[in-house]
Ligand binder design. Structure first.
Ligand SMILES: [Cu+2]
Length: 139
């Protein structure tokens, strides 16, 4: 009798653990085009795991970055790609986002970011200036 009860408890605990892992991740659909970025979510919560499913619906390669907006000074000049990568919180490289491709990025924002602090962007030369940026907020 007692033994049976114990087994039921174990099964319940395992079931909860399995659910917890699944339930926590929030899926977000992001679409890249010439020249814009759309996202099913632009308000995020720090500490919540997100699965960003990024699709390139355009006709040329794009890349996807989560990083602070460029200043006007930075925008005028050709940015050093290495410098850009260092500023990015997360990114999907251009070779994974060829036309028609979908790439997935698992990302958890470590801390809150007020309006104007972060955006989704594409820094393939010329694309950012052409409009490939989308402001986001992290609460
Ligand atoms: Cu682009």
């Amino acid at each position: 009798m007692v033994w049976k009860k114990f087994l039921v408890l174990i099964a319940a605990a395992l079931g909860l653990a399995a659910c917890g892992g699944q339930k926590g991740t929030v899926e977000v659909q992001v679409t890249l085009t010439e020249f814009g970025i759309e996202s099913s979510l632009t308000e995020f919560e720090a500490g919540v795991p997100y699965r960003l499913v990024v699709t390139n619906e355009g006709a040329v390669n794009h890349e996807f970055m989560i990083m602070p907006p460029l200043t006007e000074d930075q925008m005028g000049m050709t940015m050093d790609m290495h410098e850009l990568d260092e500023n990015a919180l997360a990114m999907i490289a251009e070779d994974q986002l060829t036309p028609g491709a979908t790439a997935t990025l698992e990302f958890t924002f470590p801390e809150a970011a007020p309006a104007g602090a972060l955006e989704f962007s594409c820094h393939t030369p010329g694309h950012y200036e052409a409009g490939m940026k989308l402001p986001i907020v992290v609460k």
